[in-house]
Design a binder for this molecule. Structure first.
Ligand SMILES: Nc1ncnc2c1ncn2[C@@H]1O[C@H](COP(=O)(O)OP(=O)(O)OP(=O)(O)O)[C@@H](O)[C@H]1O
Length: 756
């Protein structure tokens, strides 16, 4: 499941305590892959050994520090991401739970070590505040351990209208230093119900839950993250025969065993994905609801007592651990937006609830264990979509569940919401509301992120376009011998031309040029447009510019015509004829000569349109004349087998036709080619002859092979020197390409080369 996190299990075997028989009934094996395996002989058949693999296993020699560093410290990062983390110690009486959680002054356990984390994670940008609350569940009643025992009333467990379980009137004290914590904790520990049994001189008679709340306020974003660390020291299951309990101890023991049994039932129901999870059957499970199938991240430490005496208890504990291992939580980030809520109806629904979103959390599995140097997790939650299920397993906003009564509670906690006055909500309705609210919030955040991403992408693209444009300008300048870069056309320049261009292309061209003009009004971003246009659109756009350029050229406005041809070139950079045209006009402008265009071709009648196109292809730089015919593409021509007619023109100036197959004509007599300026020496060399082939050539082509067609289609000049075609044929046949059999290169028509 995408954002489900299994409860992590660690097993710890304590050393024998004085007076205990030493045997090797339970063993911890450490494997090469870093995981561990607990081995316990089968009590009924000691030749059999049960093996329980866990990601973390601690043998009797393990130190308090080892557990803290390997398994607890990574979770503190999670707390500082605004998530609730619950760590609970589970095991039979005297297995070492209190030792692991609390420890001693000389050998502090998880609780005092975890309290250090404020100093380790002093964050600069965030204002952080810590508060601690401590309670015990004694004979299924909740007591506040931070108030003197004589005065301690039973505290009610409540649920607010968004399904958050909390203990009403529980004290939360602020902590500014470790000294603060120690003072509070040692005083509170004295309030805990402890008694001597045969198995433990100081046996816990209650489940204790210590909660450290971390509130991180971001003054810049005006948001508050609220992480909680619940440290749970469970009372141990007891065998009254072994503990030698008196009647009062037996009453305690019954309550302990009942609540632990409910805990087992909850885990069992979660594993079965039962529709009803019996959280409400005990205060313990109600308060741990968030940690079991809820929205917090969990770590279960199984404490094991050594020796055959505890073998059955050890097996029970390990079986419980195996089942708990499969329980999945869906952690959420507890983030409150302190800005005024924009949507009143949402606020009405969650007036007192923080805005929450399910979060992807760093894995707390074996990969993260053992690494305390992984650095802090990002404070930014990674949003993911929650399940749409509205059952009782919908991830609930994590509260750690405990309401505060002191001054800090107003800052750190959401106050307990008043019970609904007019409507009593069922569990299902509450779940549905939560699911809806979470869904809505997640959708809002996703949308926000999407917009943000789009903005970033747009900015990045613009930047890239600017960069490309600059590079292009530089290249252009270099190519033109440091000629000044052309300025964008002033707004409105194109408009009058558009009106006069109807004869060129009609509505489509006009529309296109209007679009272009609009673009110009915003900025001159040809490169950007080139980037976004399809090849066909690029051609059309280039063609439109050529049409305009031609129009200006006819009116003798060569400078503007030149600009427009250059624009056109941006869209069809590979068009050799266009390049030549630019050079010709540049030459004309530079030398103050007039520039004569070749006459425009008449339009072809519709009936002839579908007929023939063929053009000759010229080798690079060689073309000065082209052959055009019809408006069907060469590919179309091929498919229709309509190569019987061909129209020829020698309009080297007719770049428009070179860029598209659209212009139509039937047969046009070759017209003299105007002055040609050789582009390079090799051009000059190569251009001594113009190769043209005509109707007879096309007839010979018959059904031109694919490769030739592709080459011709990809070439705006549509000219094909037969000698190249011959070479292609040879290469293609060698490569095994089909379709060349029987194909002969078209016959040459030799034209006269003109140079300037
Ligand atoms: N890892 C350990 N190293 C040394 N001594 C330990 C260790 N674990 C437990 N002990 C000792 O074992 C005894 C029982 O431990 P502890 O009180 O922590 O058990 P418990 O599981 O909390 O029992 P209960 O459920 O009865 O409260 C204590 O005297 C404790 O000091």
């Amino acid at each position: 499941m995408a954002n489900a996190y299994k409860i992590k299990i660690a097993a710890r075997l304590r050393p024998p305590i004085p007076g205990e028989l030493v045997d090797e009934g339970v063993q911890v094996e450490h494997r090469d892959d870093g995981t561990s395996c607990i081995s316990v002989p089968n009590p009924r058949d000691t030749t059999q050994v049960f093996k329980f693999p866990f990601t973390s296993g601690y043998d009797p020699a393990a130190l308090q520090e080892d557990i803290f560093e390997n398994d607890v410290r990574p979770l503190i990062d999670v707390v500082y991401s605004g998530v609730t983390v619950t760590i609970f110690a589970y095991g039979v009486t005297s297995s070492g739970k209190t030792h692991t959680m609390q420890g001693t002054k000389a050998d502090p356990g998880i609780i005092p070590r975890a309290a250090l984390f404020e100093q380790q994670y002093g964050l600069q940008r965030y204002r952080s505040a810590l508060a601690v609350s401590y309670m015990e569940i004694y004979k299924d009643e909740v007591y506040d351990l931070l108030v003197a025992r004589d005065n301690a009333p039973k505290l009610p467990v409540r649920e607010n209208d968004v399904g958050q379980v909390f203990v009403a009137n529980l004290t939360a004290l602020p902590m500014d230093s470790l000294a603060d914590f120690e003072k509070i904790y040692s005083r509170a520990s004295k309030n805990r119900s402890v008694a001597s049994t045969n198995l433990n001189r100081a046996s816990s008679r209650s489940h204790a839950i210590l909660t450290v709340t971390v509130t991180l306020t971001d003054p810049v974003e005006n948001k508050t993250l609220s992480g909680k660390l619940n440290l749970v020291d469970l009372a141990g299951s007891e065998n009254n025969k072994m503990t030698g309990n008196d009647p009062s101890r037996m009453a305690e023991s019954a309550a302990i065993n009942k609540s632990l049994s409910t805990l087992g039932q909850v885990v069992h129901a979660l594993n079965k994905s039962a529709s009803r999870i019996p959280y409400r059957n005990s205060k313990l499970t109600r308060l741990l609801q968030d940690a079991l199938g809820g929205s917090s991240v969990g770590l279960l430490i199984c404490n094991l007592a050594p020796g055959i005496k505890f073998r059955q208890d050890t097996l029970n504990t390990l079986n419980f651990a195996v089942h708990t291992k499969n329980v999945e939580n869906k952690p959420v980030v507890n983030e409150r937006d302190n800005r005024p809520v924009a949507k009143p109806h949402f606020a009405a629904l969650h007036q007192s609830a923080p805005r929450l979103a399910p979060a992807m959390l760093p894995s707390t599995s074996s990969s993260s264990s053992g690494s305390s140097s992984g650095g802090r997790q990002s404070l930014a939650p990674q949003i993911s979509r929650p399940s749409s299920s509205s059952g009782s397993r919908v991830p609930r906003p994590s509260v750690g569940g405990f309401m505060t009564t002191n001054r800090l509670s107003q800052v750190l906690h959401q106050p307990a919401p008043p019970a609904p006055k007019t409507v009593t909500l069922t569990d299902k309705e509450i779940d549905e509301r939560i699911a809806r609210a979470v869904e809505a919030e997640v959708a809002r955040r996703l949308e926000e992120r999407e917009r943000e991403r789009a903005r970033e992408e747009e900015a990045r693209r613009e930047e890239e376009v600017r960069r490309l444009a600059k590079e292009e300008v530089k290249r252009e300048e270099k190519r033109r011998g440091k000629a000044p870069a052309h300025e964008p056309l002033p707004s409105g320049t194109l408009t009058p031309l558009l009106r006069r261009q109807v004869d060129v292309e009609g509505g489509e061209l006009k529309k296109r040029l209007e679009e272009l003009e609009q673009k110009f009004e915003h900025s001159s971003r040809e490169v950007e447009m080139v980037d976004v246009l399809s090849p066909a659109s690029r051609k059309r756009t280039g063609r439109a510019y050529v049409a305009l350029a031609r129009s200006h050229s006819e009116k003798g406005n060569l400078q503007l015509a030149l600009e427009l041809y250059r624009k056109a070139e941006t869209y069809v950079p590979d068009n050799d004829k266009l390049k030549e045209r630019i050079i010709e006009i540049e030459w004309a402008v530079k030398n103050g000569k007039p520039f004569l265009l070749s006459p425009k071709r008449p339009k072809k009648s519709k009936s002839k349109r579908a007929r023939g196109v063929l053009a000759a292809r010229t080798s690079k730089g060689e073309s000065t004349r082209s052959l055009h015919s019809g408006d069907a593409t060469v590919g179309e021509l091929s498919s229709r087998q309509e190569a019987s007619e061909i129209a020829i023109t020698t309009t080297s100036s007719n770049i428009l036709d070179g860029m598209t197959a659209k212009p139509a004509m039937t047969t046009v007599a070759p017209t003299p080619v105007p002055t040609k300026v050789p582009t390079t020496a090799s051009d000059d060399e190569e251009g001594k002859e113009n190769h043209r082939f005509g109707a007879d050539a096309l007839l010979q082509v018959g059904s031109p092979p694919k490769r030739l067609l592709e080459d011709m289609q990809g070439d705006d000049s549509l000219e094909t020197p037969p000698r190249h075609a011959k070479k292609w044929k040879q290469e293609a046949v060698e490569e095994g390409e089909e379709g060349w059999e029987g194909w002969q290169p078209p016959a040459l028509t030799r034209g006269k080369k003109e140079t300037c």
